[in-house]
Design a protein around this ligand. Structure first.
Ligand SMILES: NC(=O)c1ccc[n+]([C@@H]2O[C@H](COP(=O)([O-])OP(=O)(O)OC[C@H]3O[C@@H](n4cnc5c(N)ncnc54)[C@H](OP(=O)(O)O)[C@@H]3O)[C@@H](O)[C@H]2O)c1
Length: 317
């Protein structure tokens, strides 16, 4: 497993990480999470992602991680989304403080390694948000902070405020990162992140399952797309995209691997700090983890790039 320092920090994270959205959002999940997290930890994965808005995921994750030394796991959660009640969403001081307290309780932990500001809040002065983050860090409730899906301008404003008040700066940027949706602003934006000591953490590397090629003939039962509550998030599940994924079959045969492994090995070779996967079954994890041992020739990399060259990042996602 490759490990990277997350941005300009001393926090070391595995290049593969595990997310808990939709797969572990219910306390009634199959219980497979315990085996899955054990497998992942044994494979060297130390980075686990959740959010205050992922149903019961923080509770499920906290329980599963109790089996490992706290010092050996890196836990990120997020704050922003909530309900319509006043002070129950956004990045105002009151919501931030309550959200972090509640996340810590659900995770059954003393502190968070990384807190993402899940989206930008147009209704709260950024100074107030960053003052609160600085206080949470001073109190030892969070070690580091990052953002998810902010624009470059919003990030620049945050960095300027941190410079002005000498607050700790963000160390991580979380965004969608797969063959259909490459981070907003492309290579130039990634360069900007690097220059400012911000690590890139890419989520949905398999486009929520579409890039595994499993939707080529039908929608399998027990798949995410077969569940109405989850299917609404499957914006990449289009006929055109399913056909593009099928074009990877000859290459996967060449490397004697599955399409899911091919796609993952492509992303694994990219200059990114960590890729956050979701797994509904242990077998899916076992398939994907083998991808780190596949090395693609540059000709194959170009072939993959070519198949997906017309897809662009969708800012509205
Ligand atoms: N910051 C944000 O706004 C944001 C947004 C989205 C996600 N995230 C984070 O990123 C994490 C991962 O996102 P994601 O779940 O969309 O990632 P993903 O890895 O692209 O998709 C995960 C889904 O793909 C299917 N899958 C995985 N491996 C497979 C395999 N080997 N064969 C067949 N199907 C396979 C499974 O769905 P089935 O149920 O169909 O089996 C699995 O639940 C989330 O848990 C969350 O922590 C963050």
């Amino acid at each position: 497993m490759i490990y990277n320092a997350l941005g300009n920090s001393g926090l070391i994270v595995s290049k593969f990480s595990l997310g808990t959205w939709l797969n572990f959002d219910s306390m009634n999940s199959s219980g497979s999470e315990s085996t899955l997290f054990k497998n992942a930890f044994n494979e060297g994965i130390n980075f686990f992602d959740t959010a205050d808005s992922y149903g019961d995921a923080e509770i499920v994750l906290g329980k599963a991680l109790k089996k490992f030394p706290r010092k050996d796991v890196v836990v990120s959660t997020k704050v922003f989304f909530g309900s319509d009640f006043p002070n129950r969403s956004g990045l105002g001081k009151k919501h931030l403080i309550h959200s972090v307290e509640e996340s810590l309780k659900r995770l059954n932990m003393e502190m968070l390694d990384l807190l993402y500001l899940h989206r930008f809040d147009n209704n709260t002065p950024l100074e107030e948000t960053l003052l609160t983050i600085n206080q949470l860090i001073s109190q030892g409730k969070i070690l580091y902070w990052g953002v998810s899906r902010w624009s470059k301008i919003q990030l620049e404003q945050a960095i300027e405020i941190c410079d002005r008040f000498q607050y700790p700066k963000p160390i991580a940027y979380q965004d969608v990162y797969n063959l259909f949706n490459y981070t907003s602003g492309g290579e130039e934006f990634v360069g900007y992140l690097k220059k400012n000591g911000i690590g890139l953490v890419g989520y949905s590397p398999l486009a929520r399952g579409v890039l595994t090629n499993k939707y080529k003939n039908t929608i399998p039962i027990n798949s995410r797309a077969a569940n109405d509550d989850y299917a609404k998030f499957m914006y990449d599940l289009t006929e055109e995209k399913i056909k593009s994924v099928q074009l990877l079959e000859p290459l996967s045969k060449k490397y004697k691997c599955t399409v899911a492994q091919l796609v993952t090995s492509y992303l694994y070779s990219k200059n990114i700090e960590s890729l956050v996967f979701g797994f509904s079954y242990v077998s899916q994890f076992q398939e994907i983890i083998k991808s780190k041992d596949i090395t693609l020739e540059s000709e194959s990399i170009n072939e993959i790039k070519n198949i997906f060259k017309n897809y662009n990042y969708d800012k509205s996602l």
